[in-house]
Write a protein that binds this ligand. Structure first.
Ligand code: B4P
Length: 193
């Protein structure tokens, strides 16, 4: 099993590159953003609760997200490995993920961090907001999301760097060139399937 975290600020391209990685390496994709948006659109109790946080650009509480991830992992016992997209976003989530994987006799092998200047993040997310209809892609909420990233999520990079698992990748090149740079790291562990 090979387990990868795709890390980076909002709009750094985690969702975009996850799609390329899944298609090439056949890993199972777990995006907490997608899972939460699905709950919101189905108006489940979890979705109704999560929407309050997402609309303000805040992180959804750890216990909600961790429970959701745990059941998702259990649904895919035969996975070749997982790509975690947008998770973990706090140190508590990172520690919980380590425990969940340890229980399954596996671990996180590598964390790829997409590095993109802040100005570019804003341009990309406003661009997406113009067409996606995502209620959190407007200037005020994006600014809050980036602030949340600096205070709560950046420490996750430090956590994995102390475990020798963090690799930083330039994320402001074209989508294809960024994917090539990510692949160079992944190829050290697994080959395209
Ligand atoms: P997410 O859904 O994870 O979304 P994101 O971080 O905003 O975007 P991503 O980095 O995936 O960017 P994308 O590829 O789409 O989170 C949304 C919210 O959910 C959070 O604010 C939070 O409230 C909640 N949440 C999610 N996970 C949570 C957790 N674990 N704990 C608590 N709360 C959680 O790219 C963005 C745009 O850039 C696209 O338009 C794309 O086309 C463009 N783009 C990508 N790569 C490009 C490139 N190389 N060049 C030019 N444009 C590019």
């Amino acid at each position: 099993m090979f387990n990868l975290i795709l890390f980076g600020p909002p709009g750094s391209g985690k969702g975009t590159q996850s799609e390329n990685i899944v298609n090439t390496y056949k890993l199972n994709h777990i995006s907490t953003g997608d899972l939460l948006r699905d709950e919101v659109s189905r108006k489940t109790p979890l979705g109704v609760e999560a929407q309050k946080y997402m609309d303000q650009g805040s992180l959804v509480p750890d216990e909600v997200v961790i429970g959701m991830i745990s059941s998702r992992i259990d649904e895919m016992p035969d996975a070749r490995g997982f790509i975690f997209d947008g998770f973990p976003r706090t140190k508590a989530q990172a520690e919980a993920l380590d425990k969940l994987l340890e229980f399954k006799n596996t671990q996180i092998h590598m964390v790829l961090s997409l590095e993109v200047p802040e100005k570019e993040l804003m341009v990309r997310l406003l661009g997406r907001g113009a067409t996606s209809g995502r209620s959190d892609d407007n200037e005020e909420v994006i600014t809050k999301r980036i602030k949340e990233y600096h205070t709560k999520t950046e420490p996750v990079a430090y956590y994995y760097s102390t475990h020798g698992k963090l690799e930083r990748v330039k994320g402001d090149n074209s989508i294809a060139d960024t994917f090539k740079a990510l692949s160079k790291h992944i190829d050290k562990y697994i080959q395209p399937a």
